[in-house]
Design a protein around this ligand. Structure first.
Ligand code: ADP
Length: 227
């Protein structure tokens, strides 16, 4: 599903070149749940930006679902992001003037899916994340955990091949973090999508079926190749 071959990403400003990724090669199977961890600055964000089609590598090859991201043009990358990728962030990024149902339906409406179909699919996802009773609530009426579960429903509603979550529990108290972790674990167990989670949390990493550790722009540990 995902294949990276000797991927590098360098950032140059003036005389200085930062080697954010120094030759990453890895394969991730469809529906795997992978946790990526490592100290700040080791290249995690750079890697997930590349996987999400938000950036091009300096060298190397990246294939996701058969598409060569390293050589795809902007139009192809835009299509890829809209159709194949769901993103979840630390700070939820929900629209405060909309309720849960509207936030979750929005990606489908923007794709031109009818209102009736969008609301039906949104209701299914809102059920999956356990927020049916809260569907009419606005963002400020939700706890942090409920907001993140709404964001996860929104990221899944267009049935992406790949869900990428960047520190999804980083801004949550332990109770809310546990509810989000349980949800991610369920998404992984039910094989709803390929799931890549960047996390500092050892608990979230344990919930994943595979753990990858990075240091200085490289993968230094991979539980799958180690086992
Ligand atoms: P992490 O997500 O693990 O904290 P990043 O991928 O954000 O790591 O960063 C990896 C390295 O690349 C760091 O040294 C960082 O300073 C550098 N870097 C990231 N983005 C940029 C950028 N846009 N311009 C210059 N350097 C960058």
């Amino acid at each position: 599903m995902i294949s990276l071959k000797n991927v590098t990403r360098e950032y140059t400003s003036g005389q200085r070149t930062v080697h954010a990724l120094g030759g990453v090669s890895v394969g991730i199977a469809q529906h795997e749940f992978v946790a990526i961890s490592g100290p700040s600055g080791c290249g995690k964000s750079t890697l997930i930006h590349l996987l999400a089609g938000l950036d091009h590598p300096t060298s190397g090859e990246i294939f996701v679902d058969g598409l060569a991201l390293h050589s795809a043009d902007d139009a192809a990358l835009t299509q890829f992001r809209r159709r194949q990728v769901g993103l979840v962030f630390q700070f939820f990024n929900l629209l405060p003037t909309m309720n849960v149902r509207e936030n979750v339906s929005l990606p489908l409406l923007l794709q031109g899916v009818s209102l009736a179909e969008s609301e039906k699919r949104a209701a299914d996802l809102i059920g999956l994340v356990g927020l049916t009773e809260r569907a009419d609530h606005f963002v400020h009426q939700l706890s942090g955990g409920e907001q993140q579960r709404t964001a996860i429903a929104r990221a899944l509603v267009h049935r992406p091949a790949l869900l990428i979550a960047d520190e999804p529990t980083g801004n949550l108290d332990s109770h809310s973090a546990a509810s989000v972790m349980e949800l991610l674990e369920r998404i992984g167990a039910e094989a709803l999508t390929t799931l890549i989670v960047v996390t500092h949390s050892a608990e979230v990493a344990r919930a994943a079926s595979r753990r990858i550790e990075m240091r200085d722009g490289k993968i230094v540990r991979d539980s799958r190749s180690a086992s």
